[in-house]
Write a protein that binds this ligand. Structure first.
Ligand code: ATP
Ligand code: MG
Length: 396
């Protein structure tokens, strides 16, 4: 909760890459603010947001829980650093009092510190080094065992004197980085219940792609639990991406036809091509400009470059595989950091695992695959599968 009226607890979010965006900067900033406002609806109280000097200043009303807002906004793309700070009147008495009152949370367990000051308001009577010297003195007077170290301090206390107020903070934490949601267009993620595809979705969302999802199920071979797992993964993704649509399409008939008529060694790549057709059909409808999968080169026998080439021959829009160059360990690390890992490892069957051949062809050719598809009514299968599509809105 907020402390005394004079020293208000606020959040300072420093923008990342968008600062370098020249003429488009205003557009990127407006997207960050819009998304921040959406996210803050989940926190207790009402918040007001103000932008100045590459920083978003967020303050709340009496009911506002700034600590909760801090945890929520750690998931906001486009932010380089995020910190809790203290707002006070812009005179040295108020600044010193504010530092004293909040000294514990500002210095934490640090043993050494330095002060850095900035003043955008040049009418302020002290210059930046003078502010730092005075605040440094206040800190030394109000603590024991804390020493100045200007070269390699445990903590830096920042004083920012702005137009209306002054702010004191300790630099806070690294933000999530990336670009604001929706700034780079729309993509459709092929979301399975595994570890990789949620990470792939997160990575593209982080680059500003607004992500929608498509999940291929095969009832009765796959269970409601498997579907719930995908819904939970989509919800996790929505915490970063914002609300999204999850489309579920049944590929049961396609899989049964593949089992019945086609070379089992090509089952996975044939199924993947059907998934591509269905995903592409939906992507074109919703105006998505790219497809996203969680494939990683060489991770399993079906994820080879020839297999990807044969799959991509279907697509008329780019297919992006952000995990392609990552090891499993690296993917797992991101998965844990974003909170999808514990959901992904729940043991429910995916439509791919139900029929997967033991020895898939790792070097499929387009001719070979086309010969197999000639045995099927490809168009009819796609039409009927697409008709099974259901859609749900997933809110964070
Ligand atoms: P993941 O961990 O994402 O499931 P995986 O390593 O298990 O990946 P595959 O099962 O071969 O790999 O799937 C490769 C990619 O194909 C997935 O990352 C996903 O993008 C897509 N995919 C596979 N199965 C489905 C499905 N049932 N619904 C939607 N997309 C799928
Ligand atoms: Mg999988």
């Amino acid at each position: 909760m907020n402390n005394s009226k004079e020293n208000k607890k606020v959040l300072l979010l420093k923008y990342g890459e968008v600062v370098m965006k020249g003429l488009n900067r205003g557009y990127f900033e407006s997207l960050i603010v819009k998304r921040a406002k959406e996210m803050l609806k989940k926190a207790e109280g009402n918040f007001s947001l103000e932008y100045a000097q590459s920083t978003l200043y967020i303050s709340g009303d009496e009911d506002a829980d700034i600590d909760e807002a801090f945890s929520i906004l750690k998931k906001l793309f486009g932010i380089a650093t995020i910190c809790i700070g203290y707002q006070c009147d812009k005179n040295m008495d108020a600044i010193s009092a504010c530092v004293k009152e909040n000294i514990r949370s500002l210095v934490g367990k640090a043993k050494t510190f330095k002060c850095e000051s900035k003043r955008s308001n040049k009418s302020f009577p002290l210059k930046s080094p003078e502010i730092s010297a005075e605040v440094g003195g206040v800190i030394l007077d109000s603590t024991h065992n804390l020493q100045v170290d200007v070269k390699n301090p445990d903590v830096t206390i920042f004083v920012e004197v702005r137009e209306k107020y002054a702010y004191v903070h300790n630099g806070g934490e690294k933000g999530l980085g990336g670009m604001p949601s929706g700034s780079a267009g729309k993509g459709l993620l092929l979301l399975s219940g595994g570890i990789d595809s949620p990470v792939a979705g997160f990575m593209m969302s982080k680059r500003g792609i607004s992500v929608d999802c498509v999940y291929f199920e095969s009832p009765p071979y796959t269970s409601d639990n498997a579907k719930q797992k995908v819904i939970d993964l989509a919800s996790k993704l929505a915490e970063y991406n914002g609300s999204l649509y999850l489309n579920c399409i049944s590929v049961t008939e396609i899989q049964e036809q593949l089992m019945k008529h086609c070379d089992n060694k090509l089952f996975t790549v044939l199924l993947r091509r059907f998934m591509m057709r269905l995903a592409l059909k939906h992507a074109l409808r919703i105006g998505a400009q790219l497809l996203i999968t969680g494939e990683s080169i060489g991770q399993v026998a079906s994820q080879t470059v020839p297999a990807m080439a044969v799959t991509d021959a279907i697509a008329t829009i780019p297919v992006i595989r952000p995990c392609a160059g990552l090891d499993k360990e690296e993917i797992v690390k991101i998965s844990r950091a974003i909170g999808s890992f514990d959901i992904s490892v729940l043991p429910y069957d995916d439509c791919c695992t139900v029929f997967t051949p033991k020895h898939p062809n790792t070097r499929p050719t387009l001719e070979g695959v086309l010969a197999e598809e000639a045995k099927l009514d490809v168009e009819g299968l796609v039409e009927r599968a697409f008709e099974t599509r259901t859609v749900m809105e997933i809110k964070p």
